[in-house]
Design a protein around this ligand. Structure first.
Ligand SMILES: [Zn+2]
Length: 293
C-alpha cells in the first residue's frame, strides 16, 4: 500500500512527536556538534535532493532543522574535526571516529527466500533470515571480538542495523572493519570458518529447527551444513567498511514505508509491524488523509 507522505506530515512529526532520545542512545551527546548529518529534502521544484556535510550545535537545532525542512530521510555519520559544514567536504576534515556498524537486509537473501511471494516484500517467513543473521552477528561480536555495547535498530523497511558502541570499536580502521565483516560474512561459500564460528552456526540452526545434532547421519549432516552455509549472515560489507557511511537516524521516518526507524528491544521477538508508522503516531487516518486527533 503506497501512502502519501507529505512534507507537511513529516514537518508535523518532527515538530510534535520526534524524540531525540533514540539517536542519543546510539551516538551519545559527547562531541555532538562534530557529528556529520545528511538528509533527503524536497526542493522547491518538487525534486528530491540529498545533502550531507552538515553538523548541528545542539540536538535541539537538529530537530528544528528536520521539522522546518520536513526532511524525507535523515542520516547520521562519523565525527570530524572541525565540525562538518556545507562549505567544507568531510574528506578535508580530520576523522575522529565512528561506531562499528552492520547492515542486514532481506534483499540480500532474495535467492533463498522460500515463502513463494517473490522479492521486494517482508513476511514473517522471510524475516527469519534477518533475525537469525542478527543473532549470529550479535553473539560473534560479543564472544569472538569482546564487544558488549551493541544496539539493534530497525531500518524502517526490510532490514536492521547493528551499532557497536564500545570505545575500541569507534576508532577501528577501515581495514579492521573489513576483517571483522569478512570473518562474520565470508565472501565465498568455500571460505574456511573458525571452529568456534562453525559450532555457533550449527547450534543456532539445530536450536531453531529442533534438530539433535548427534543423531544426524553423515549424509543428513552434509545437507544441513550446505543450507547453513547458504544462510550464513549476509551483511552489506560496504556499510561496515566505509567509516564515513551515513545510516538512518533512529527515531526518523523511513520515507518509503512511513515507519519509524526503531531501536529494537529484543531482536528475536521483533517484527517489522512492531515499528509504528508516522500516520499512527500523528493519529492520521490514511484513507481520509485527515487528522483525527
Ligand atoms: Zn516472504
Amino acid at each position: 500500500m503506497q501512502s502519501k507522505l507529505t512534507r507537511e506530515i513529516l514537518s508535523e512529526y518532527y515538530r510534535r512527536k520526534f524524540s531525540i532520545e533514540p539517536l542519543l542512545k546510539v551516538i551519545g551527546i559527547e562531541k555532538f556538534n562534530h557529528r556529520e548529518f545528511g538528509f533527503s529534502v524536497m526542493r522547491e521544484d518538487g525534486q528530491e535532493h540529498f545533502i550531507r556535510n552538515l553538523s548541528f550545535e545542539t540536538p535541539f537545532e537538529l530537530k528544528k532543522f528536520m521539522s522546518e525542512k520536513g526532511v524525507l530521510a535523515a542520516y547520521v555519520g562519523a565525527l570530524f574535526d572541525p565540525p562538518p559544514s556545507p562549505n567544507t567536504s568531510i574528506t578535508r576534515l580530520r576523522w575522529l571516529g565512528r561506531e562499528l556498524v552492520f547492515d542486514i537486509d532481506l534483499t540480500d537473501y532474495d535467492d533463498i527466500r522460500r515463502c513463494g511471494k517473490g522479492k521486494n516484500h517482508v513476511c514473517p517467513i522471510c524475516w527469519r533470515f534477518v533475525v537469525d543473521a542478527a543473532l549470529i552477528v550479535d553473539e560473534t561480536l560479543r564472544e569472538d571480538f569482546g564487544f558488549s555495547k551493541i544496539i539493534w535498530v530497525f531500518s524502517g523497511r526490510r532490514g536492521v542495523h547493528a551499532w557497536v558502541l564500545d570505545k575500541e570499536a569507534r576508532t577501528l580502521s577501515e581495514e579492521a572493519r573489513e576483517a571483522i565483516a569478512i570473518y562474520i560474512s565470508p565472501d565465498s561459500i568455500e571460505e574456511p570458518l573458525t571452529y568456534r564460528y562453525q559450532m555457533r552456526l550449527l547450534r543456532r540452526y539445530a536450536q531453531r529447527n529442533n534438530i539433535i545434532l548427534k543423531n544426524l547421519g553423515k549424509k543428513e549432516f552434509r545437507k544441513i551444513w550446505r543450507r547453513i552455509r547458504q544462510e550464513i549472515p549476509r551483511i552489506d560489507k560496504k556499510v561496515t567498511i566505509d567509516h564515513v557511511r551515513l545510516l538512518r537516524v533512529p527515531g526518523s521516518v523511513h520515507n518509503a514505508t512511513g515507519r519509524i526507524v526503531t531501536i529494537i528491544k529484543d531482536i528475536q521477538e521483533f517484527y517489522v509491524d512492531d515499528a509504528p508508522t508516522v500516520w499512527e503516531i500523528l493519529g492520521i487516518d490514511k484513507r481520509e488523509d485527515t487528522i483525527l486527533a
